[in-house]
Design a protein around this ligand. Structure first.
Ligand code: UD1
Ligand code: CA
Length: 458
């Protein structure tokens, strides 16, 4: 049986270069705080405990992550990575292995971390390193005869050590009992006056513990965020990876560089997505769905063969098969569209159920409405669902025809097969099968003249 895994995430740093009041690890990548990317990875690795060391920003970090079953340890003053680990030692179990991650390094994959954990479970120290063209600023991996002997920080390194291009990513895994002993022996007699976690490498070597190094599959897996520029860079890398996965799954993307997924996007076969679309939360697209340019979809399920035209916004809704929606449609929470529904330009629908084959093609507001099958809503129709205090429902039964520029003052019901004349303000129920209209009688004033402009007196 393998030893229990505990994951320790260092997240106490201020992140001065972000130039923000928000703690660095709460800045968002793909719509999710940097730290949550790391805790989500921790969860997939089956850690028995995930512990976050926080500091800058006070309780903002624990508050933002409250739902995540994490252990929080405060590092009130930041005296280095070794000092940060030290704060958490009392909550770590002696018989576990500890994997150290960083709240500002969001994109490391579990597959890259697993070999480090396996090494630690075998009693070794697993260390993630990377070889960089420009290693400036990083801790250098010092090897003798190929074996790692220690890490030297850039500021403490001599010229020969600074020439080393293999650097420390900071990510490592160790048997926890060993970690506790080594951290207790750290000193801060170095260029920065800090307690360096990296000094445990030399201690491991001295204690005869083998140091096993691994490299990430991609360099971006170990990139940290220290500035808005680096955040934007990682966002593009991450979106590029998502786009690549969608292409590999058979999705047609008009331009893989112009899609943003901030959540999970699941696609059926033969889905195509035009440029500049944003997907948030959980979005599912059925077979043959086409999404036009500049659409924004949040928590939406769209069934097969539905087409969205450009500039359509859908939020918390369920869209059935073979619908035609947009351009410029807005579908708001609580809406459910059945089969073959058409929603056209400048139409807003909120908290409404629209049944098969109904059409709302132009300039309408439909809110708190239950609409039957094969209803036709004329241009400029408004459901007046709000009396200034309460919301009321409108019921429109099957095969109703609503003339243009009609207001339905809720609560009101239009019976099956009824017709409402254009311009009607409906305040009482309309009976099934009949024509109902409210309209002043049309009259013509014979010989009426338009006023003429009067000459001003000189
Ligand atoms: C550290 C490593 C260095 C490595 C580099 C990779 C040490 C001594 N050096 O250097 O070898 O190449 O990372 O990026 O470990 N933190 C705390 N509390 C503290 C100090 C830091 O939580 O007291 C957190 C920071 O929020 C940050 C991370 O630890 O996320 C790294 O700290 P930082 O001071 O940036 O270390 P580096 O100097 O970059
Ligand atoms: Ca750093």
């Amino acid at each position: 049986m393998s030893t229990l895994l505990e994951i320790l995430i260092l997240a106490a740093g201020k992140g001065t270069r972000m130039r923000s009041d928000l703690p660095k690890v709460l800045h968002k990548l793909a719509g999710k705080p940097l730290l949550r990317h790391v805790t989500d990875t921790a969860r997939t690795m089956g850690a028995s405990q995930t512990c976050v060391v926080y500091g800058f920003g006070g309780e903002a970090v624990p508050q933002a992550m409250a739902d995540d079953k994490l252990t929080f340890v405060l590092q009130a003053e930041q005296h280095g990575t070794g000092h940060a680990v030290q704060q958490a030692l009392p909550v770590l179990a002696d018989d576990s292995v500890t994997l150290v991650l960083y709240g500002d390094v969001p994109l490391t994959r579990a597959a890259t971390l697993q070999p480090l954990v396996t090494a630690a479970q075998a009693g070794k120290l697993g260390l993630l390193t990377v070889t960089l063209a420009d290693p400036t600023g990083y801790g250098r991996i010092v090897r003798v005869d190929g074996q790692v002997t220690r890490i030297v920080e850039h500021k403490d390194a001599d010229d020969a050590e600074r020439a080393i291009r293999e650097v420390n990513t900071g990510i490592l895994a160790v048997p926890t009992a060993r970690l506790k002993r080594w951290i207790g022996r750290l000193k801060n007699d170095n260029a920065q006056g800090e307690y360096y976690l990296t000094d445990i490498i030399a201690m491991a070597v001295a204690d005869g513990v083998a140091v096993e190094t691994h490299q990430p599959a991609h360099d971006w897996e170990v990139l940290g965020v220290n500035s808005k520029a680096q955040l934007a860079e990682l966002e593009r890398i991450h979106q590029g990876e998502i786009a690549r996965a969608l292409l590999d799954a058979g999705v047609t993307l008009a331009d893989p560089a112009r899609i943003d997924v901030r959540g999970t996007l699941t696609c059926g076969r033969d889905v195509s997505i035009d440029v500049n679309c944003v997907f948030e939360g959980r979005v599912e697209l059925g077979d043959g769905v086409h999404i036009g340019a500049n659409c924004v979809l949040r928590n939406v399920r769209i069934a097969a063969a539905t087409k969205l035209d450009a500039f359509t916004l859908i939020d918390d809704a369920q869209i059935g098969e073979a619908n035609k929606i947009g351009p410029f449609s807005r579908i708001r929470p609580g809406t459910k569209l059945a089969r073959d529904v058409h929603v056209g330009n400048f139409v807003e629908i909120k908290n409404s159920q629209i049944d098969d084959g109904s059409k709302i093609n132009h300039l309408s507001y439909v809110g708190d409405t239950t609409m039957g099958k094969k209803v036709n809503i004329g241009a400029g129709t408004i459901t007046c669902n709000y009396d200034g205090v309460n919301k009321h429902r409108t019921v429109i039964e099957d095969e109703v025809f609503v003339g243009s520029d009609t207001q339905l003052v809720a609560p009101v019901t239009v019976g099956r097969g009824a017709t409402l004349g254009a311009g009607t303000t409906l305040t009482k129920d309309a009976p099934a099968g009949e024509l109902t209209l409210s309209r002043a009688k049309q009259l013509t004033i014979p010989g009426w003249q338009r006023p003429v402009k009067q000459k001003k007196e000189a």
